[in-house]
Design a protein around this ligand. Structure first.
Ligand SMILES: [Zn+2]
Length: 344
C-alpha cells in the first residue's frame, strides 16, 4: 500500500495546484487524461468537460459499477468592476466570503492573461475604519484589490479584465509530518487522487474487477448536475466518492472513511450501503456510518436525473468543509482500502 500512498500523495498535491472552479476545469481535465493514459488506460473526454475511463472487468453484463468523483471546486467570478477599479465577485458553488477574506487570488481573463489580487473588506484599514472588526462579510462588502496600479473602471478594462472572468483562490495546501492534509478544495480532489491510486493498484497488480468498473470525473458537482449524464452501458450502481462529513453529532474523524447512509436528499440504496460496510470489514478499513444533514452528492443527481440505479456515497473525513479544510492521509488510505475491496 506504501507505493500507492506515495503516488496518491503526489497526485493530490498536483491536483490541488490546478485551479478548477466549476465551469473552468479544462486544465484539470487535461491533467487526468494525461495521468490515466500514463497508467495504461484509454480515458475519454465527455462533452461537458469530464473524464470517463473504463477500468476493466467482465463485459456483456448488466451489473457494472461507476465510481464518480468531481474535479470542480468552489471559486468566484467577476460580476462588476467598480468606479474605483476594484472587482466585485459572485461565488461559484458554496464559497463564503468569510472563508476567503484576505486571501490571494488569480483573475483569469478570457484573452489577456492572468492577474493577481486579494479579497479584502471594503475600506479595510483598522487605522481608518472603526468598523473593520464588526462589519458583516459578504460579496457586497468585500472586493478584490488587483496588484496593478488601477484607480478606475477604465484602468481595469484596459488590462482586459471583464465581467465573467474566473477568480481562483490560493489553496494553501500542506501535508504535515503527522499526516494531516490542510488545504482549500480537498472536496473532492482527495477522492480524485484515491481513484487514480486505485487505477494504479489495479494495473500494477494485474487485478481484474469482479464486475465492469468505470470511473467518471465530473465537472459540475458543486452546482448540482455533475452526475446527471455519461452513464456507460451496462452500469447498474453509482458510487460517489466524495468528502465524508466531520462535525458535531457525527462519528467520523479525518482519519477514517465515512459511509453515508442518508443525506439531505434521502437514504442511499440499503443493499449497497450494506455491501460497502461488508467491504470495509473485509479490508480492515477504519470506517464509520454517518448521516449528512446538509449534503447532496453526484450519486443523488444520477438517480434524480432518472437513471434506474442503486446509489451509494463514501469518502475520507473532511473537517471545515468548504472552508480551509482538513483531512488525513489515513482517511485517504482507508477510503482506498474500502474501494479496492469493493471492486474485487
Ligand atoms: Zn464534494
Amino acid at each position: 500500500m506504501k507505493e500507492e500512498m506515495d503516488y496518491l500523495r503526489e497526485r493530490l498535491l498536483e491536483l490541488l495546484a490546478i485551479d478548477s472552479p466549476t465551469g473552468f476545469t479544462r486544465k484539470a481535465q487535461e491533467y487526468l487524461m494525461k495521468e490515466l493514459t500514463a497508467l495504461g488506460y484509454a480515458p475519454r473526454e465527455t462533452v461537458k468537460g469530464g473524464v470517463l475511463v473504463d477500468l476493466g472487468g467482465p463485459t456483456g453484463r448488466e451489473d457494472g459499477l461507476l465510481l464518480s468523483a468531481h474535479i470542480d471546486t468552489l471559486g468566484g467570478m467577476v460580476r462588476e468592476i467598480t468606479p474605483q477599479g476594484r472587482l466585485k465577485i459572485t461565488n461559484v458553488g458554496g464559497l463564503r466570503a468569510t472563508s476567503v477574506e484576505t486571501e490571494n487570488c488569480r483573475v483569469y481573463t478570457r484573452f489577456s492573461g492572468v492577474y493577481s489580487g486579494t479579497l479584502q473588506l471594503m475600506n479595510a484599514s483598522v487605522h481608518v475604519n472603526s468598523e473593520v472588526g464588526t462589519a458583516e462579510r459578504s460579496y457586497d462588502s468585500c472586493e478584490i484589490l488587483l496588484d496593478e496600479p488601477v484607480e478606475s473602471k477604465e484602468d481595469v478594462k484596459k488590462l482586459g479584465i471583464r465581467n465573467g472572468d474566473f477568480v481562483c483562490f490560493d489553496t494553501r495546501s500542506q501535508i504535515t509530518d503527522s499526516g494531516y492534509i490542510k488545504s482549500r478544495f480537498l472536496d473532492d480532489k482527495l477522492s480524485v487522487a484515491v481513484i487514480l491510486a486505485l487505477a494504479k493498484e489495479l494495473r500494477d497488480k494485474g487485478i481484474t474487477p469482479s464486475r465492469r468498473l468505470w470511473a467518471h470525473f465530473t465537472v459540475y458537482e458543486e452546482v448540482g448536475h455533475g452526475g446527471a449524464a455519461s452513464i456507460p452501458e451496462g452500469v447498474r450502481d453509482i458510487l460517489a466518492v466524495d468528502m465524508g462529513c466531520v462535525g458535531d453529532g457525527l462519528e467520523c474523524t479525518e482519519r477514517q472513511v465515512s459511509i453515508c447512509a442518508k443525506d439531505r436528499i434521502g437514504p442511499y440504496n440499503y443493499d449497497m450501503v450494506t455491501e460497502l460496510v461488508q467491504a470495509a470489514e473485509k479490508a480492515g478499513a477504519d470506517y464509520v456510518i454517518d448521516l449528512y444533514p446538509h449534503y447532496s452528492s453526484d450519486a443523488d443527481v444520477t438517480v434524480t436525473a432518472g437513471h434506474d440505479m442503486r446509489h451509494g456515497l463514501i469518502g475520507p473525513g473532511v473537517y471545515a468543509s468548504h472552508g480551509y479544510e482538513r483531512s488525513h492521509l489515513d482517511g485517504e488510505e482507508n477510503t482506498l482500502q474500502l474501494l479496492a475491496a469493493y471492486v474485487q
